[in-house]
Design a protein around this ligand. Structure first.
Ligand SMILES: Nc1ncnc2c1ncn2[C@@H]1O[C@H](COP(=O)(O)OP(=O)(O)OP(=O)(O)O)[C@@H](O)[C@H]1O
Length: 781
């Protein structure tokens, strides 16, 4: 015990105290607080105290151990407290409200174990008279330091602040502050035991400083955390706001980053190298930095979209199975034996050479003869994708090679577009109407096409839009054309020509029965038993409505009939099956376009029947000649081309020269204008092969002799009367068949072509090979 301690026995406080040991922290004098009492010993003590003067002594346990409650387990100094109120709890415990009054020290225990009762001495604060000013200063400094703490720490309530200001006794201020500061229980006990107010104040000041340090650190950590949270929260809120705005505008939310990630992933997967890698990565980088609302953004996005959707991977090698190919071709097409044969040969060579590169097929023939469908079958036989595009009327190189990306709305060319669609590097590409390729100031599409088709160049084809090399050499190109005349030579030189010459009536009927009718029925939702075509009906359709070389019109006629039949079936007006015959055909198709008497026939002198070969296939053509007395000369009409006009002039000259041999006087030519005409004047006609026909017409006119019926001719005439070879004999023969021609005069050199014409087409026709016009004239009259 310190010397300065003065022991005062307070009047109102008993000498003998019931002791309640405290587990947590000491309680200082001058405090009003509830305490919960749970142990039976303590409850007993409280009860006894209540019966006496309601005062208890609160002393801290040395250790936080509930079971240690003997005299040795507690400190010597505690606080006397008055019980203000006692509330019994339902679980047997009690809650007491106490007001602490004064420090005390144990003098002597009356009991050696709980419940403890002890005799105590009450302790007063010690203040030396010489310390008064010093204490004042200390108090001020304690209060101001505490104010600062309480401002920084929301845990110190306004009430506590008020409390502090209102306490005027320095010792009590020190007690109060100690009780609210976060100080270790042992240190608190030390302050409780410190009676010298100045020393107590100094100790408290040290704790306040410590608390301030702690608070400072705590604050610093808190600001750091807050800053972090604020930043991420700020970003989060801003992002959410952008999303909401975009949503409002109907734009894809967060599109840019997700698009960039998508492209990046796809590009990474493609494993580009060299130039391509560099360029694509450059574009990607640019893309990442662009403003999604800018037009460049869209341009770059489209570009990347094209890049990642192109088939860059090397294709699997072809599995060419000739037998399977043959099966597919036969399954899809009737006839066309020579064409199928050529295709199979082509595939066989491809297989042997083990070469995916090389020659290009061109299928030449009139419309509707099955060029497209042959192309599709080839793709099927090779197990490849099929893509078809037409270059007919194409005038701009950019349609094939694309626009440079600097153009607004630039697009890749047809080839790259096609590859993007089929998603395969080795498809079958059909280039339609290559004979109708145009030309203009916008560049030459045929030279662009050459770049595409030429195996030397197409390994690294450069589309303007892509601006990167792309290997086209795996593509199997099949071109189609109606005629070869207008195809640029360099293009044609790289192609393997396969001709489809058109069908005779019997073939058309077979095609209709096997393919066109079933296809059309299906198209119109009909089934087999609902409609029945007989063979004569089909023949009448061909003769009356669909005389062209292909089967396109025929197909349309069948569609028309089926459409009308479908209506009848739905309305239930007719008995099933609906029979289509020659007699009711007009009910479906209206009046025929062609009539039997429209078959071109020679009936008077000055007429002769020729055979022509046009892009629509073979055809018969009548040449008419009349003489107009008066002046002399030759007049030509009927849309003749230059070559044909020259042919006419040659024929005229030659006929004048040989006129005498046939009893024609020169006077006839001197006193007459000879007018030569080819009917169907609206159709342009050209070529030299009508030479002998025109000469024959002139002789017929001058001699007044009608030429033989059912005879037609083809052959170029030289000025000296020789008959020169012509092209398209097969097509011409087919046309002759259609016109019920029985005899055909052909140039002798064309005799070898007859082998290529199937027997069923030649059936019923006699060919007369000739070398001179003289032989022709012998045959016709
Ligand atoms: N030999 C055939 N066997 C079966 N069907 C055929 C045959 N020839 C043509 N067809 C059919 O005739 C229709 C027209 O043929 P396709 O479209 O292939 O003609 P095309 O020669 O490509 O004509 P175009 O030059 O006008 O494009 C198609 O329905 C096709 O299946």
């Amino acid at each position: 015990m310190s010397e300065k301690e003065i022991i005062v026995a307070e009047q109102a406080l008993p000498d003998k105290l019931f002791i309640v040991p405290l587990l947590g922290k000491p309680i200082f004098p001058g405090i009003f607080t509830p305490i919960m009492i749970t142990s039976n010993d303590d409850i007993e003590i409280v009860n006894q105290a209540m019966e006496n003067d309601k005062v208890i002594g609160l002393i801290l346990l040395k250790e936080e151990d509930e079971s240690a409650t003997g005299p040795k387990d507690i400190y010597q100094v505690g606080t006397a407290a008055k019980i203000v109120k006692k509330i019994n709890l339902p679980d047997g415990g009690v809650n007491i409200f106490i007001s602490t009054v004064k420090r005390f020290r144990i003098r002597k225990f009356f009991t050696s174990e709980a419940p403890l009762i002890a005799a105590v001495d009450y302790l007063d604060d010690i203040v030396g008279s010489e310390q008064k000013d010093e204490l004042k200063a200390l108090t001020r400094s304690v209060i101001s330091e505490m104010k600062q703490i309480s401002e920084d720490n929301p845990l110190f309530s306004e009430e506590m602040r008020l409390n502090m200001v209102n306490i005027d006794n320095p010792g009590k201020i020190a007690d109060f502050i100690t009780s609210i500061l976060n100080i270790d229980r042992v240190q608190q006990q030390q302050i409780l035991e410190e009676l010298d107010v100045r020393a107590r104040m100094e100790k408290v000041l040290v704790f306040i400083k410590k608390e301030q340090d702690l608070l400072r650190i705590q604050k610093k950590i808190a600001t750091q955390i807050n800053e972090k949270i604020e930043k991420s929260q700020r970003e989060y809120f801003l992002r959410e706001e952008i999303k909401a705005i975009k949503k409002e505008l109907g734009e894809p939310v967060d599109s840019k980053s997700s698009e960039y990630i998508k492209f990046k992933e796809m590009v990474d997967k493609l494993n580009f190298e060299g130039e391509i890698k560099e360029q694509v990565e450059r574009e990607l980088e640019k893309f990442a930095l662009m403003d999604p609302s800018s037009s460049e953004y869209i341009v770059t996005r489209n570009y990347l979209e094209t890049i990642v959707n192109l088939p860059w991977e090397e294709p699997k090698p072809d599995v060419i199975d000739i037998a399977k190919g043959e099966k597919i071709l036969n399954h899809d097409h009737y006839g066309l034996d020579d064409v199928k044969e050529r295709i199979l040969e082509y595939l066989a060579v491809r297989k042997l050479k083990n070469d995916t590169k090389g020659s290009i097929i061109i299928l030449v023939g009139p419309p509707g003869v099955g060029k497209t469908s042959i192309g599709k079958s080839v793709a099927r036989a090779l197990g490849r994708e099929f893509f078809r595009f037409s270059v007919g009327g194409m005038r701009d190189e950019a349609e094939i090679k694309g626009h440079r990306r600097t153009y607004v709305g630039a697009m890749p060319g047809k080839i790259i577009q096609g590859l993007k669609i089929v998603k395969n590097k080795a498809p079958v590409f059909m280039i339609d109407e290559i004979d109708k390729l145009g030309q203009s100031y916008q560049g030459d599409p045929s030279s662009a096409l050459l770049e595409v088709l030429d195996p030397e160049q197409n390994i690294a084809f450069r589309d303007h839009y892509l601006d990167l090399p792309f290997d086209l050499s795996h593509i199997l190109f099949i071109a189609t054309a109606n005629t070869l005349d207008s195809i640029p030579r360099p293009l044609l030189d790289r192609m393997e020509i396969i001709r489809l010459s058109g069908y005779i009536t019997d073939e058309k009927i077979e095609i209709a029965k096997r393919y066109l009718i079933p296809k059309s029925l299906k198209k119109h939702g009909l089934i087999k038993g609902q409609i029945a075509y007989n063979k004569t009906a089909l023949r009448s359709i061909v003769d009356g409505y669909a005389r062209e070389a292909g089967v396109r019109t025929f197909e349309k006629c069948i569609d028309k009939i089926n459409r009308k039949a479908a209506k009848k079936i739905v309305m239930g007006t007719e008995e099933l099956p609906i029979k289509i015959s020659k007699d009711n055909l007009e009910g479906f198709l209206k009046k025929p376009y062609f009539r039997d008497d429209e078959i071109k026939r020679v009936s008077i002198p000055g007429m002769s029947l020729g055979l022509a070969w046009t892009s629509m296939g073979g055809d018969t053509l009548i040449i008419e000649a009349i003489n107009i007395p008066g002046k002399s000369g030759l007049q030509l009409t009927g849309q003749m081309g230059d070559v044909m006009k020259e042919s006419a002039a040659i024929a005229f000259s030659h006929v004048k020269q040989i006129a005498g041999d046939y009893g024609i006087k020169q006077e006839f030519f001197e006193k007459n204008v000879i007018h030569l005409h080819i009917p169907e004047g609206a159709t342009p006609k050209d070529g030299p092969s009508a030479g002998i026909t025109m000469a024959t017409a002139l002789i017929s006119l001058a001699t007044g002799k009608v030429i033989k019926k059912n005879l037609a001719m083809t052959g170029e005439l030289s000025l000296t009367g020789k008959v020169l070879p012509i092209g398209g004999l097969k097509e011409k023969t087919i046309a002759a068949q259609r016109n019920k021609v029985k005899d055909i005069i052909i140039p002798k050199p064309n005799e070898r072509d007859l082998d290529e014409i199937p027997a069923y087409i030649r059936k019923g026709i006699t060919f007369h090979p000739v070398e001179s016009l003289k032989e022709v004239l012998n045959l016709v009259f």
